[in-house]
Ligand binder design. Structure first.
Ligand code: ZN
Ligand code: MN
Length: 503
């Protein structure tokens, strides 16, 4: 089937729990980011405000408002001069007041954008609201349980323009947004913990048509992979229907992770009427330029800026950069390692690192080694120990020295892995461990000579074949030398020595 007959048009709606100490409109603890850390008792962080008791009054959480402004600035939004809260009325057991305090026509942020894979994705709005309680339906029972700990946790809602046209761009938008929210420390945005919840709306239309198709919404997506796969699934499902000249129904669909399929949750006959009206118990929010300027000046380097800088400054490839900046601690570790390496180069004679060309020449190889060892080996060792870079005793100084040992061929790659494991385990200096454990390459000619002499004596047939012109046997002798030294011979030195002995 040809799916490229149709152009998918995708928009995203993303809710994120903000990492504040207290809830949005009361002083109760916001324990959303402690999920998984300790046993949280249901209904332990509640009060009259977040359980909707008559007569209780909300007070807005200033930190949460600031976090939304911060996010808006990181995403190139306009910050409203004036913003307000509204009541969104609907009935549901997880909504104790019978309405959600949200924002309707005056969100804090509007008209932003985020560039994903060279496509500019417009951000319609970012507003602030409160989370609902959490209901669970124990299997085999005829009752439901409700936990109000989540009710009133600050929730930031971001809506994009329908500017996305592929499943990959949609998933990458979510990934990039998560990286930004983590970098500016407004949320951990862990999808598995429901701290970040992505909803997709998607419609298909014939390419070059100027009309949009009927929108289908997809909910219950708890990973970036399921964002991508559910969209791919919908593109195929809707293409098939359109090919058969069938109508797409305006629906809300869920995602079945097990079967990798979307399924109907409900048909939408008309848009919900929430009878929004301004929240009378909360004041209007006013943002002056000074306040906005100050927050803007405090923004840290954003992931995309960091990727660009890492590429320019250290010659990392763009793929490596993306992996290295995903985690702030690892990005800092990488950067500190590179500056140690720069200092190491500066100490070497004949290397003028102030000369841009010289620096480029050396840094290219060093950065390739550094990125390679961090991404392919160090990360693997860390995850096998279920540790982060901050939880182990590996300093950038020692890691940089480790890189220089590989750079100078003082250790082969098999032993280098052992060395790195020891460094992580003991926090020790790589040169010391190298000596103590005998992991270093044989560097002295006098150590290598008897080994080569013995090989020449052991293989007289190969020696005479080589001498009568079979030059390819050189590889055989090098191989034997490596074998005899358990790979610790410096291959270059071995080669030179063999040639010299056989000539
Ligand atoms: Zn409360
Ligand atoms: Mn919402």
């Amino acid at each position: 089937m040809k799916t490229d007959k149709y152009l998918p048009t995708i928009g995203l709606e993303i809710h994120t729990q903000l990492k504040t100490k207290s809830k949005m409109f009361c002083g109760c603890e916001n324990n959303s980011w402690k999920i998984g850390q300790e046993e949280l008792k249901p209904n332990s962080a509640i009060c009259p405000v977040c359980t909707g008791q008559p007569g209780s009054l909300p007070v807005a959480n200033e930190t949460a408002i600031k976090m939304v402004v911060k996010t808006g600035l990181a995403l190139n939004c306009n910050i409203a001069v004036e913003s307000k809260f509204d009541r969104k009325n609907y009935f549901y057991p997880d909504l104790p007041k019978g309405y959600q305090i949200s924002q309707y026509d005056q969100p804090i942020c509007q008209y932003g954008f985020l560039e994903i894979n060279q496509h500019k994705i417009g951000i319609t709005r970012i507003h602030l609201e409160e989370d609902t309680a959490k209901s669970t339906h124990p299997a085999g029972t005829d009752y439901s349980l409700i936990d109000f700990n989540r009710a009133g946790i600050p929730l930031m809602e971001l809506v994009t323009e329908p500017d996305i046209h592929s499943a990959k761009d949609a998933a990458d938008f979510c990934r990039q947004l998560q990286a930004i929210m983590r970098a500016i420390e407004v949320s951990d945005a862990d999808m598995e913990k429901s701290q970040m919840r992505c909803e997709v709306n998607i419609s298909l239309a014939l390419k070059n048509s100027n009309q949009l198709g009927t929108k289908v919404e997809i909910k219950n997506l708890n990973s970036f992979k399921s964002v991508e796969r559910s969209i791919q699934y919908e593109i195929i499902r809707q293409s098939k229907l359109l090919d058969q000249a069938e109508k797409i129904k305006h629906q809300t669909r869920g995602w079945n992770e097990l079967e990798q399929k979307t399924f109907v949750q409900r048909n939408k006959e008309q848009a919900g009427d929430y009878r929004y009206f301004p929240e009378p118990d909360l004041p209007i929010l006013k943002f002056n330029q000074e306040y906005i300027k100050k927050i803007k000046s405090q923004l840290p380097e954003l992931p995309q800026e960091k990727i660009k800088r890492f590429q320019e400054q250290y010659n990392f490839s763009s793929t490596d950069c993306k992996l290295l900046v995903q985690n702030k601690a690892l990005a800092d570790f990488t950067e500190n390692t590179m500056s140690e390496l720069r200092a190491w180069l500066a100490d070497m004679d004949q290397v003028d690192i102030e000369d841009e060309q010289t620096w480029q020449k050396y840094s290219q190889k060093l950065s390739r080694l550094t990125a390679n060892w961090i991404i392919n080996k160090l990360s693997g060792i860390l995850s096998s120990h279920k540790k982060t870079i901050e939880q182990v005793n590996l300093t950038p100084e020692n890691f940089a020295e480790f890189i220089t040992l590989i750079y100078a061929s003082k250790v082969n790659s098999t032993n280098a892995v052992k060395l790195l494991e020891q460094m992580i385990k003991t926090g020790g200096d790589p040169s010391d461990i190298l000596e103590d454990q005998g992991l270093h390459l044989i560097e002295n000619l006098s150590d290598l000579e008897p080994v080569v002499d013995k090989i020449i004596a052991d293989f007289p047939d190969q020696v005479s074949a080589y001498k009568s012109g079979k030059q390819t046997l050189l590889k055989f002798f090098i191989g034997q030398t490596m074998k005899a030294t358990s790979g610790k011979a410096n291959p270059k030195m071995a080669e030179e020595l063999i040639i010299q002995k056989l000539s």
